[in-house]
Design a protein. Structure first.
Length: 974
């Protein structure tokens, strides 16, 4: 468990700013921005470079860093349509201070300097990109896997902002730069075809891309970039969805598993990308341009779970072994035996089908007008739309009677997960043997038989001792839109060292709509919930849909072969369930899950002024920029009040809840670089930054418990009455950040850099308990008022003539007190051109980042301080490469240490962490001709797994295997 904590800085921010940024009062005289990079991240323009080959790509990145007007790293494509990695996120992780999260083994989201992906802002050519789905801060962040790497000519990772940049990236900004027609001096194109092989899935998939640029004449140019790719991957894993405190009959409660699952997932992803630009120059002073980017991703996946619900046992275990932990009052149950009957364990078989379609469209119309020698006007109107349709069909088979389970450490297992032994009992579990085709006292894992449910009086699936769900899942429809208008004016002046001033503003209007539904079926002219008894009665005789689990998941598997019990385990065809539902007018928008609905509108007006300067500081030359951005945010929201588990036919049957909030932010920034020598640069920066809460956090909603009119179920379950509310009064995440570093540029073209950075986070959003009793039932769901009962908030009611007391709790997001992140980055990039012979073709890239963080978060079960969410204390990259102009080879290893993914999980009273993980990748390419290139690459060559744990490492949450991935591509440039 991570328990590292550092003291927060307590000295005055003004003194801190002088320390990090200043060496002289003249730092208020700051530098003009470098010219000419063809990107809309203004005043940071780098000369357009035709990049071919690994070495040239690295040299271009070094030169870009040297000329940058801020703390920034740039990745250049090694050739048209070819980044050093085949995935945008995988390429970005090679940058110092950048870490990524993966989804099904594929690079997806980017963390900059320890901040979770939610705090990394993504832009294309300097303009906002609206994601298809706005997730919360834990799982949020833009999924870069939607974009094919062939779209990018450069990727900028901006760590310190300038005043002309739109706010929002508290961690940093990733700017994807696409190509434009005037980047080329003649018609140029590239065609690429390739194939990907997934080792674990044992599947191949194809990809292709096409690029063409044409500078027709001095006035008109255009580009078109198209790609189509397919990826079939697989994930095999086991998990315990959470560990929960139970009264297990010892001195203190102990953590025991809530639900344990053996799982398998197959996913097929098809992605279409399109990028196009048009440039028109009616005269030498005016350029009009249009940029269009479109991406559409379709995911079809199937997941299979063998699930054991220990929650029904409620800690009523025998043969218990408990592992104690120093400093904690609560131990961990590492083995136990459940009893039969009501304290037994429900066994579920689940086959789930997911159909997710996501798209992102961004259109920008812009103009650059050089009015005269002193004035430049830049204007842009940008529209972005992201939407997602998420369909979930979850079928299920479950034994209604409880089974007996032996839960143990599974000694001798290949993986450190738990052996599961389900034992039938003919007297108590009457019917279970017929249901699962058991013979005598044999374990269900060890015997395959056609399921003879019909013999036990079952015509269908529903009833005793077996019941099923034909389809059960929430269907989400989300739409996000953004319209922005931007105007920037540049004025060249001569005022001391100041060479240019820049001022302007941006107005942005963003809206989000989320609708969530449940399936219904039309049966004999009546509409029924898909989980109703009437729907379950449609299911077939299970003999007709039974099969072997081992064959279902694809035969021989290194993962499942370690569980001999699974070899002959029975399974069912969930697709047959869904097909039956579709024959009964399956309505994806049948019932409204209203408490999940959101409608928000965010209006932002930002104005700024900044200056650029360069000159001398004593014996040194410098360049710098400084400025301030003032932003007003106005948010209107619409949510709904509803009861958990309750669906209605119309959203108007629920109570609509409107909310609004408004706040101002003043965001100063300063960047300076000082040339100590021709080779050594001192760089420093300071800025105030912010990130707004996601709409799901900042809009008001009210969710109460299910079956509120019949509280007798709470007596049997021993549960509390729990409410969950949105908080429209949330402040944004705000922080001061500071940078200071040295960069040494060698004559041989190498770079050694070291940088210190600090983020002083003033506020962050955490889940908070509502403590005032009269605030817990805000919408009056309960029949009586919540009051203090013997020291806790609750209600008393007469249930069946007896007075019963129920504890009431409520949660709502709130602003925490603060946190800090301090770190150091060290990097080296060097081509060995100073050596002789073949050795001059080799080179190395390496970087290391150390981060220390502190926060107000604590581990609830121990009282220990926790670091900031998403922060790995150590991360590093080591890359060795060879490039002789014809043959190119590259081996890369990336590692990030353990980090907390969820600081507080209310259901388990503890944090969730991801274990440290490294990955080895490699690639080799060969130029058959100067224009025809063959490339072979591999990812996760050593088949590294991913592990998650809860609080203590002995509490395994998840163990996942993805396998290796191999890609073969051929490209031709014309």
């Amino acid at each position: 468990m991570i328990r590292k904590c550092s003291k927060t800085f307590s000295y005055n921010k003004f003194i801190k700013t002088l320390f990090f940024v200043g060496i002289s009062p003249s730092l208020l005289i700051l530098d003009a921005i470098q010219a000419a990079e063809n990107t809309l991240i203004k005043n940071n323009e780098i000369e357009v470079i035709e990049v071919i080959g690994l070495r040239t790509s690295i040299n271009s990145s070094i030169e870009s860093k040297r000329n940058a007007d801020r703390v920034m790293d740039t990745i250049f494509a090694t050739n048209i349509g070819k980044l050093p990695d085949n995935n945008l996120a995988e390429a970005i992780q090679r940058v110092t201070g950048v870490q990524i999260t993966r989804k099904n083994g594929v690079g997806a989201k980017v963390s900059i300097r320890g901040m979770p992906p939610f705090f990394s802002r993504v832009t294309i050519n300097g303009q906002s990109v609206t994601p298809p789905s706005n997730e919360d801060r834990v799982s949020g962040g833009f999924g870069l896997s939607m974009f094919n790497s062939s779209l990018a000519s450069q990727i900028q990772v901006i760590k310190s902002p300038t005043a002309d940049m739109e706010e929002g990236g508290l961690g940093g900004t990733v700017n994807i730069i696409t190509r434009r027609g005037f980047d080329f001096d003649k018609p140029t194109g590239n065609v690429q075809v390739g194939s990907t092989f997934e080792e674990l899935a044992d599947e191949q998939s194809a990809n292709t891309s096409f690029f063409f640029a044409n500078p027709v004449n001095n006035q008109f140019a255009f580009t078109i970039n198209f790609s189509l790719s397919e990826l079939v991957n697989r994930k095999d894993y086991v998990d315990i969805n959470r560990w929960q405190l139970y009264d297990v009959g010892v001195e203190n409660d102990a953590f025991a598993p809530f639900r344990s699952r053996i799982r398998h997932q197959e996913k097929n992803t098809e992605t279409i990308n399109l990028a196009s630009s048009i440039q028109y120059r009616p005269n030498e002073g005016i350029e009009l341009y249009t940029d269009i980017t479109f991406s559409e991703s379709t995911d079809d996946s199937i997941a299979r779970d063998i699930s054991f619900d220990f929650k029904d046992a409620k800690g009523n275990f025998s043969d218990i072994t408990i592992t104690k932990h120093p400093g904690s009052s609560f131990g961990t149950v590492t083995s136990f035996l459940t009893n039969y009957s009501e304290s037994g364990v429900a066994l579920k078989l689940e086959e789930k089908f997911f159909d997710v379609k996501s798209s992102v469209l961004t259109i920008t119309q812009g103009m650059n007008w050089t009015i005269d020698d002193n004035w430049l006007l830049e204007a842009a109107i940008s529209y972005s739309k992201g939407d997602q349709t998420y369909i979930n069909d979850a079928t299920k088979i479950q034994i209604d009677k409880k089974t007996k389970v032996d839960f143990n450490d599974g000694e001798g297992k290949r993986f450190p997960i738990f052996g599961l032994d389900v034992r039938p009992d003919s007297e108590i579990n009457s019917g279970a043997d017929e249901a699962f085709g058991l013979m005598g006292d044999m374990n269900i894992f060890n015997q395959f038989n056609a399921w003879s449910w019909a013999e036990s009086g079952q015509e269908g699936c529903y009833g005793k001792p077996i019941f099923c769900d034909i389809t059960d899942g929430a269907n989400d429809y989300e739409e996000n839109k953004e319209l922005s208008i931007q105007l920037d004016l540049n004025r060249t002046i001569e005022f001391g060292d100041i060479e240019k001033i820049k001022f302007g503003g941006r107005y942005r209007k963003r809206s989000r709509t989320l609708e969530v539904y449940r399936d219904t079926l039309l049966i004999d002219g009546e509409e029924y919930n898909s989980r109703s008894n009437e729907a379950r009665a449609l299911l077939p005789n299970i003999n007709d849909v039974s099969q072997r689990f081992y064959e279902t998941v694809g035969g021989e598997s290194p993962f499942y072969s370690s569980y001999a019990q699974l070899q002959n385990f029975v399974w069912y065809d969930g697709k047959a369930f869904v097909d039956i539902a579709k024959k009964h007018d399956l309505n994806r928008k049948g019932e409204v899950a209203g408490f999940d609905w959101r409608k928000t509108e965010e209006k932002v007006l930002g104005i700024y002024v900044m200056a650029n300067a360069q000159g001398e500081l004593g014996n040194y030359t410098y360049k710098a920029n400084f400025g301030v951005r003032v932003v007003n945010t106005d948010i209107d929201g619409l949510g709904y009040g509803g009861l958990g588990g309750e669906e209605v036919s119309d959203i108007n049957q629920l109570t609509s809840l409107k909310s609004s909030n408004q706040y101002w932010d003043v965001l100063p920034s300063v960047n300076i670089s000082i040339n100590i020598t021709e080779k050594l640069i001192f760089r420093s920066a300071a800025a105030k930054v912010m990130t707004r809460p996601e709409p799901s956090e900042a809009s008001y909603f009210a969710k109460g418990p299910a079956n509120i009119d019949d509280l007798s179920y709470l007596i049997a379950e021993g549960d509390e009455i729990t409410f969950r509310y949105g908080n429209p009064d949330l402040d944004p995440y705000r922080a001061w950040q500071f940078d200071m570093g040295l960069e040494f540029y060698a004559e041989s073209g190498g770079l050694i850099n070291i940088g210190l950075f600090h983020k002083d986070i003033e506020s962050f959003i955490v889940e908070q308990n509502i403590v005032e009793c009269n605030e817990m039932d805000k919408e009056g769901f309960l029949p009586v008022e919540v009051t203090n009962i013997n020291g806790y908030c609750g209600i008393s009611l007469l249930i069946d003539g007896n007075e019963e007391s129920f504890k009431v709790t409520a949660q709502q997001g709130g602003n925490g007190d603060g946190a800090s992140i301090t770190g150091v980055e060290i990097g080296i990039q060097q081509s060995f051109t100073f050596l002789n012979g073949i050795w001059q073709n080799f080179g190395v890239q390496a970087n290391y980042t150390y981060i220390d963080s502190s926060s107000e978060l604590i581990e609830k079960s121990t009282g220990d301080d926790l670091p900031f969410e998403g922060v790995s204390e150590n991360s590093y990259n080591v890359i060795g490469f060879y490039d002789d102009g014809i043959l190119q080879a590259r081996v890369a290893y990336n590692y990030r240490s353990e980090y907390i993914s969820v600081a507080y999980e209310a259901s388990s009273l503890s944090s969730v962490s991801v274990e440290g993980r490294g990955q080895l990748d490699a690639s080799i390419s060969y130029n058959l001709t100067p224009d025809f290139v063959i490339n072979l690459s591999g990812q996760n060559l050593t088949n590294e797994s991913l592990r998650e744990f809860q609080g203590e490492k002995i509490r395994l949450r998840s163990y996942q295997e993805f396998g290796a991935r191999y890609m073969l591509n051929a490209s031709y440039k014309f």
